[in-house]
Design a protein around this ligand. Structure first.
Ligand code: DOR
Ligand code: ZN
Length: 344
């Protein structure tokens, strides 16, 4: 196969940030995706529908020459009440509420400390059919960083699912075989997003032969067995697994630091990356559902009417992306892939 035309994909997990970088992050994503679920972890988190509508307008303004549609989310806070959740449910702009255990990742200090105290809010979300998006890692610093996803499943996620069986949940950026097995074994209300880095890399790529700060993300990369289980899930054809890049720009100096930031930038070449992975698994026929349909089905959105074309042609990811006076090192910088996005 030398050419692939598929329904324009959706990135169901994306960080666009704010300020000067917003325009560049939006432009890179809009070339690849028609819509994206936009994360709310700004410095001042997006905790209300009013703030989300304002952020939506900011995004639309910097990308006014494109049909790109940002799908907004709220940052889960303990003060969510019935009125606000009803507002989310009625909103055309906001599509879910993202829960971060406090301190678990970038800009999550205002997250949740005690998940059990949120059960009344989950109840309301279930009632109003508002999806719950979860960064599923324990924030207990005593738990080994490689076990934090598994501990979150065992201590919290299974209970949330059994207490609220109709609550639609996205288990974001799964990083372990435990997470794959959990999602496969639950009812059809729990789906998971899969990033390119968790398909392409394991912890050796982060820590062996020199530390690689540009491979540092959260959840942290795990063992090779975990990566293989995630690949299997992605190409399985199960509608429980769909595309979410978790593309999260940090400038080079913030990552190449004695205390480097977590986050990998993949937005600009995401479809080339996913297509190359699906090809090497002999699963190109599964790419369109994973990228363009299963996520839309979960969020009850129509499929895009646009298409994208990928052609089989060697393509080298640039060594860096320059943004004003700063640099971002994209995922797989300098590597050659076998597929390239092309004009349709
Ligand atoms: O690596 C990550 N970076 N994981 C997250 O959960 C957040 C993200 C960011 O915002 O930089
Ligand atoms: Zn994220």
């Amino acid at each position: 196969m030398n050419e692939l035309i598929i329904v324009k994909p959706d990135d169901m997990h994306l960080h666009l940030r704010e300020g000067a970088i917003l325009k560049y992050a939006c432009k890179d994503t809009a070339k690849q995706f028609g819509r994206a679920i936009v994360m709310p972890n700004l410095k001042v988190p997006i905790t209300t529908v009013n703030l989300a509508e304002k952020y939506y307008q900011d995004i639309k303004k910097v990308i006014s020459n494109s049909n790109f549609e940002p799908l907004m989310t709220l940052f889960f806070s303990g003060s969510l009440n019935n009125d606000e959740i009803k507002k989310v449910s009625d909103s055309k702009v906001v599509h879910g509420i993202k829960l971060y255990p406090s301190g678990v990742t970038t800009n999550s200090d205002n997250g949740i400390d005690t998940i059990e105290k949120c059960f009344n809010i989950f109840e309301l979300m279930q009632e109003h059919e508002v999806p719950l998006l979860i960064h599923g890692e324990s924030n207990d610093k005593a738990v080994d960083i490689f076990d934090r996803e598994k501990v979150f499943i065992d201590k919290h996620l299974s209970e949330i699912n059994s207490e609220f069986p109709d609550l639609r949940i996205v288990f974001e950026h799964i990083s372990t075989k435990d997470a794959v097995d959990f999602v496969v074994g639950t009812n059809n209300k729990i789906c998971a997003t899969i990033t390119p880095q968790h398909l392409l890399l394991d912890r050796n790529d982060l820590l062996s032969d020199g530390i690689k700060p540009h491979h540092y993300c959260l959840p942290i990369l795990k063992r090779s067995e975990d990566r293989l289980a995630i690949i299997e899930a992605a190409v399985s054809g199960s509608q429980k697994f769909f595309l979410g890049t978790d593309s999260a720009p940090h400038f080079r100096h913030q990552k190449e630091s004695s205390c480097g930031c977590a986050g990998i930038y993949s937005a600009a070449y995401a479809m080339e990356l996913y297509t190359s992975i699906f090809e090497s698994e002999n699963a190109l026929d599964k790419l369109e559902n994973f990228s363009s349909k299963f996520g839309a089905d979960f969020y009850k959105l129509p499929y895009s009417k646009s298409k994208i074309k990928l052609i089989k042609k060697e393509f080298r990811i640039p060594a860096k992306i320059t943004i004003e006076n700063e640099e971002i090192i994209p995922l797989f910088a300098g590597e050659t892939l076998s597929w390239q996005l092309s004009e349709i």
